[in-house]
Design a protein around this ligand. Structure first.
Ligand code: HEC
Length: 137
């Protein structure tokens, strides 16, 4: 009887220890603080899921400026620095998306475009949204 108690005690102790250990080594790092709050109406549109349902994106207003600040110093017309194609017009950018894997290259960690490091997530999301919206002008 006494032996049984000791064993139970040991088991209980082990359970407590391993449990608190697990808790410590796996902290929840991002408390869901800012999300639900302030209805500061920026994205009040048709929240259709995966980020593609955001505001309309336009080539002229959104995409061309990204290309000219981050891409056309190599992908100009004509291209330089061994870049294989230009990214100066809508048609050129569209064909790079469709035929040259532009989206996977801007998101690549091993072989990104631009070569010196990926664009900010928000910028890549904008390009993705433009593609998802069907390359609007
Ligand atoms: C420093 C010069 C440079 C910059 C800046 C640059 N590229 Fe490139 N890019 C290259 C070179 C060189 C290649 C060919 C070698 C390779 O594929 O890595 C290339 C290849 C590519 C390819 C693949 C083409 C194919 O047919 O395989 C894509 C797509 C591309 N770049 C998109 C972009 C985009 C989009 C940007 C801007 C966000 C950008 N690049 C910025 C130099 C550059």
């Amino acid at each position: 009887m006494k032996k049984m108690k000791v064993i139970l005690g040991a088991v209980a102790l082990a359970a407590v220890v391993s449990c608190s250990k697990g808790g410590d080594s796996d902290p929840v790092n991002d408390p869901p603080v800012n999300n639900p709050g302030n209805g500061s109406g920026d994205d009040s549109g048709d929240g259709s899921g995966d980020g593609a349902g955001t505001d309309p994106v336009s080539y002229q207003a959104d995409i061309a400026p990204i290309m000219s600040s981050s891409c056309t110093n190599c992908h100009g017309d004509p291209p330089t620095q061994a870049a294989p194609m230009a990214l100066v017009t809508l048609a050129q950018v569209r064909s790079a998306v469709e035929d040259r894997g532009l989206i996977s290259r801007i998101n690549s960690t091993s072989n990104p475009m631009p070569p010196d490091g990926r664009l900010p997530q928000a910028t890549r999301d904008l390009i993705q949204a433009w593609v998802d919206q069907g390359f609007p002008e």
